[in-house]
Ligand binder design. Sequence first.
Ligand SMILES: Nc1ncnc2c1ncn2[C@@H]1O[C@H](COP(=O)(O)OP(=O)(O)OP(=O)(O)O)[C@@H](O)[C@H]1O
Length: 262
Amino acid sequence: MATEEIITIKGLRKNYGVKEVLKGIDLHVSRGEIIGYIGPNGAGKSTTVKIILGIESYNEGEVKLFGKEINQDSIEYKRRIGYVPEIAEVYDNLTAYEYLTFIGQLYGMNADFVDQKAQRLMELFGIGEVYHSRISSYSKGMRQKLLIISSVLHNPDILFLDEPINGLDANSVMIFKEILAQLASSGKTIFYSSHIMDVVEKISSRIILLNEGKIVVDGSFKELQTQNEQGSLEGIFNQLTGFHNHREIGESFVSVVQEVQS
Ligand SMILES: Nc1ncnc2c1ncn2[C@@H]1O[C@H](COP(=O)(O)OP(=O)(O)OP(=O)(O)O)[C@@H](O)[C@H]1O
């Protein structure tokens, strides 16, 4: 059986003013893949995701999600997407109950059904006791768990995750990795952007490295290891982005910190 293509990107280009941020990206993602989308700061990762989500425009190329051009079916395809942005605005004065039932209803879900589902997901993620507390009283990790729950409440077919484990403790990270693996094996597609290389290395079925607006690597971690001298993804990342001078930069930084006024 042919695999279902979920994301199709051809010749994607994006400029911000005179700055060319995406310089011709080609990308084909199939159902059930966990894509680790990595690259240096400013490489264009968030821009790519925002374009696929339809919240950012582009200058040239073709972008399809679930086999359809993204501009043509703008409402329906969004129901099938879950998104955890790197920086999210949540309504701090609401409780999780109020926030999640509001989000669920935006997706057309019945309030009682969302309520039950949200409460169970909060309990499973260890934050059930704050379901009726204001979000403003949450710790960083609790807010992050809430964001993760709000992204999956409507059972989306594709999840875009931008640094989703920021603030999660080690046990919660283990649970989250397991959730991703289970979602992928049930046919969900996951697009995971992060700088935490050891997690990307472990969870991704395929790793895509973006550097200066171009895809420079696309393959499984095993394939990357056979093509590069470095053993870890962090080492491969350094090698492929041509970065070797962390020691010199660190030394210079500390010496500037330690300068005293004469
Ligand atoms: N709204 C905007 N206006 C102008 N330039 C922008 C805008 N958004 C992003 N950029 C620029 O586009 C480039 C790519 O940004 P982007 O946020 O996609 O990078 P990223 O790979 O997600 O980086 P990071 O790892 O730091 O999150 C950067 O040079 C950034 O300054």
